[in-house]
Design a protein around this ligand. Structure first.
Ligand SMILES: [Zn+2]
Length: 279
């Protein structure tokens, strides 16, 4: 008697397992990561961003390789300078997408707009999340190219090794936000960049708490990320539809970005949001 019933149970389990698997991200995640890696570099070339930095700062940029990790839950992505590799962790991304709130920032709530034209919302969210992480890691690779250059020439256009190496996460996060808006075309109309206005009060409050967060050992670790998100957000709010026309000016600005200036700018526009449109 046990054989038929067991067989049925086994069959049901198999089907249930397969259905669950078919709808999970697991199968498609590799493809999405690879495609976002490719698309990220295509976009940067389309806007001539890497070429601009190479010629303006006389760096020799070598495109990093991509490595996909199966089982690293603690990071979404990372840039490994010694092997020039961007790593993206599937486990951590799956966990993020499965959680109820997809949040990029660490110490505050930060809104990221997203166009969903496809029926598959889960896929669209996954792609945009990976896209955003990818630009963050790519900026690290750009910063390290600049640092290499600075080892030979101690200053390039008023930037020094120390300023960059002290502000790596801040700079990568600021770039991440700006380029995310640009390549998704979210800067083009108000429906897209309105989120950057909504983030300004959050960011202004964040600056008030920053000293406290910096004294908190656990939270201090994440301060530069949120500061970078907020700084990038101010840039998006300030330029809106003219983000593209001003992108090289913005890139120069991020290359010269440090923590003190980021705090001053967020404070200034947080207190005078009307100036965003006039400065
Ligand atoms: Zn980083």
């Amino acid at each position: 008697m046990n054989s038929l019933l067991d067989k049925i149970k086994e069959y049901i389990n198999d089907v249930a397992y397969n259905v669950k698997n078919a709808f999970s991200l697991k199968n498609s995640l590799d493809k999405i990561i690879e495609s976002e890696y490719k698309k990220a570099f295509e976009s940067l070339h389309k806007y001539v961003i890497i070429e601009y930095i190479e010629s303006n700062y006389k760096i020799n940029y070598i495109k990093p390789k991509l490595e996909i990790l199966e089982d690293e839950p603690s990071i979404n992505g990372a840039y490994l300078q010694f092997v020039n590799e961007i790593i993206i962790s599937k486990k951590s991304i799956e966990r993020k997408i499965d959680s109820q709130f997809l949040n990029m920032s660490y110490n505050s709530i930060f809104l990221y707009p997203l166009y969903i034209n496809e029926r598959n919302i889960r896929k669209a969210i996954t792609e945009s999340f990976i896209r955003s992480v990818m630009f963050h890691e790519i900026w690290h690779s750009i910063d390290f190219s600049i640092l290499h250059k600075l080892v030979k020439d101690s200053t390039i256009k008023d930037i020094d090794y120390f300023t960059i190496s002290k502000n790596l996460e801040l700079r990568a996060s600021a770039f991440q936000v700006v380029i995310y808006y640009l390549v998704n075309g979210l800067h083009k109309d108000e429906k897209g960049y309105i989120a950057s206005y909504a983030n300004i009060p959050t960011c202004r409050n964040y600056i008030e708490e920053i000293n406290e967060l910096q004294n908190d050992e656990d939270k201090n670790k994440y301060v530069p990320y949120d500061l970078g998100f907020c700084y990038g957000n101010i840039i998006v709010a300030k330029y809106g539809p003219s983000l593209k026309e001003n992108i090289y000016k913005i890139i120069d600005d991020i290359i010269h970005l440090d923590k003190e200036r980021a705090i001053d700018v967020i404070k200034y526009y947080g207190d005078n949001p009307d100036k965003l449109l006039h400065d």
